[in-house]
Design a protein around this ligand. Structure first.
Ligand code: SF4
Ligand code: SF4
Length: 160
């Protein structure tokens, strides 16, 4: 009995002087591994147009059926992307997402990607359905792929 108590105290003492494995979040943040994947972002081109052309490949690749989109045609006066179409609606249902990254792998435009930002606290299930504007906010302007010619878009005030 005494031996077991001494063993238990020994383990407690050993851990008392160890470097803690926790951090004082949010003042202190963990250095995340390079391949860490968290919430999504949608990228834009440097000219502000969206990289997403609403091809649907990310939704097809998603094993959790978490991505929903509706396409619309770009016009001369209302252009959102360099392609013929753009995502009029683009949603990620985050309560379904398993952060596998297949959507990022499938995207031919390098539009959708997983950032290192973590999901905040939500109090309503509807807040877990992210719309295009929220996802674009996490994205970044990203130069187009080298060697892929892209004509400059017509000037419009309706670029989102
Ligand atoms: S990370 Fe995986 S589960 Fe989440 S939206 Fe992308 S493909 Fe779907
Ligand atoms: S994010 Fe990429 S794969 Fe998904 S619809 Fe847009 S262009 Fe296609």
């Amino acid at each position: 009995m005494i031996t077991e108590i001494m063993q238990g105290l020994g383990i407690t003492l050993k851990h008392l002087f160890r470097k803690p494995s926790t951090v004082q979040y949010p003042d202190e943040k963990l250095k995340l591994p390079d391949r860490y994947r968290a919430i999504h972002g949608l990228r834009r081109y440097e000219d502000g147009l969206e990289r997403c052309v609403c091809c649907g490949l990310c939704a097809v690749a998603c094993p959790a059926d978490a991505i929903y989109m509706e396409a619309a045609e770009n016009t001369e006066t209302d252009r959102h992307s360099h392609g013929e179409r753009y995502a009029m609606r683009y949603q990620i249902h985050m309560y379904r997402c398993i952060f596998c990254g297949f959507c990022e792998e499938a995207c031919p435009e390098d539009a959708i990607y997983l950032t290192k930002d973590t999901l905040g606290v939500v109090t309503d299930r509807n807040q877990m359905v992210w719309d295009k504007e929220s996802i674009l906010k996490h994205g970044q302007i990203f130069p187009k792929k080298p060697g892929v010619p892209v004509d400059p878009p017509p000037k419009t005030e309706n670029v989102h």
